[in-house]
Design a protein around this ligand. Structure first.
Ligand code: 2P0
Length: 350
């Protein structure tokens, strides 16, 4: 209930990366509470840049006041998502109705490349709002700043709470990690072998169009799903198993968990009611080729999948040359217009 001393106007901007989950968030409860814990690698090249100009409005209006520009153009179609976000966070951001906001946002990855911008976009917007709050409360700690940014981002899009900081982020209550929370992401608190510090993710763009079923709908279909309880338990046990794998840099065991998580995510989609399928024939062809490549070379390339047809090819930086050669020789043919994006683990938002 403190009266904040806020500036009349100003401008803030943040750049937030995308992230790729190793243990997947799939299923949620009310208020963006995840049904199971997840963990992700923060990316670097795939990011959203957002700037927010704020101008005090004299009369408090009935509704939120904002304009939204995406890559320079006004985008009314994107406004409802921001409107919903503002409604969800209103009670935590008391100045939200005191300003008119002009939001400019752009992505480093091509629009409709099949790479979701909700994680990076909501993270960047949440950080912009936190920076405005910080102007009124300059004594807030860095820890509080980032934790609340993650908390707000979660209310925009669940996975966005993992896009605030790097490089391995865990979200969702998990007993062996006492500091873990359903409300925000935390930097993974246990030992992480240096091999993961510069892990690479080459994103193979199999299908750039709109998905047939949104993630939000997919999450909803986990309610009453015949395999839900087992799946949620499995996420906990995979997170447990990853502890020594991260510490030791045991890539063979890492691959088993990461690929199984990706396939389980899609198995959940295929066995929900109604059932649906987001992989394409080229997705499966790529997975087969990755398995062959690994068998033939003994290298550690593995895949993971998001809620879509694109494939994330993960590998240690020391194996980059040979793996990129493989991508060019064998996988590019399965990508729409031959497109793929070379990304790697990053340090979080700036
Ligand atoms: C994840 N995904 O852990 C999982 C795996 C996609 C596949 O979180 O409804 O956009 O906004 O909370 O975060 C995508 O779902 O869903 C997602 P909402 P979100 O990354």
């Amino acid at each position: 209930n403190i009266e904040l001393e806020l500036p009349k106007s100003g401008s803030v901007s943040w750049k937030s990366p995308s992230n790729i989950a190793l243990v997947k968030y799939w299923g949620k409860k009310l208020n963006q509470i995840p049904a199971n814990p997840s963990i992700s690698l923060t990316l670097d090249a795939c990011h959203t840049k957002t700037s927010v100009q704020f101008q005090e409005i004299t009369q408090e209006q009935q509704n939120f006041s904002f304009d939204l520009f995406f890559e320079g153009e006004e985008k009314p179609a994107f406004k409802p998502k921001i409107q919903t976000f503002f409604e969800r966070i209103e009670s935590f951001v008391p100045f939200l109705k005191k300003y008119h906001f002009t939001i400019h946002t752009s992505n480093s990855f091509p629009h409709s490349s099949g790479i979701a911008s909700s994680a990076s976009g909501m993270a960047a917007l949440a950080l912009c709002l936190m920076e405005i709050e910080q102007k009124a409360l300059p004594e807030m700690t860095e820890d509080f700043f980032y934790r609340k940014a993650s908390f707000l981002a979660r209310l925009g899009s669940g996975s966005a709470c993992r896009s605030i900081r790097g490089s391995l982020v865990q979200w969702g209550m998990h007993k062996p990690i006492p500091e873990s929370s359903d409300l925000y992401g935390i930097t993974y608190p246990f030992e992480v072998n240096e091999v993961f510090e510069d892990y690479h993710d080459t994103i193979l763009l199999v299908h750039k169009g709109q998905k047939t079923v949104s993630s939000t709908v997919g999450h909803g279909l986990m309610e009453g799903h015949p395999f839900a309880i087992n799946r949620f338990e499995q996420a906990h046990s995979n997170l447990n198993a990853l502890k020594s794998i991260f510490a030791e840099g045991n890539l063979a065991e890492f691959i088993k968990i990461v690929e199984s998580e990706a396939l389980t995510l899609h198995a959940m989609m295929m066995t929900s009611h109604p059932y649906f399928l987001l992989m394409k024939p080229d997705t499966l062809a790529i997975l087969e080729k990755i398995w062959n490549f690994r068998r033939e070379t003994g290298l550690h390339a593995c895949f993971t999948l998001d809620a879509g047809a694109n494939v994330h090819l993960l590998y240690p930086s020391s194996q980059k040359e040979r793996t990129i050669q493989f991508v060019q020789d064998e996988l590019v043919a399965h990508c729409e217009n031959g497109h793929y994006i070379c990304d790697r683990v990053g340090n979080g938002s700036k």
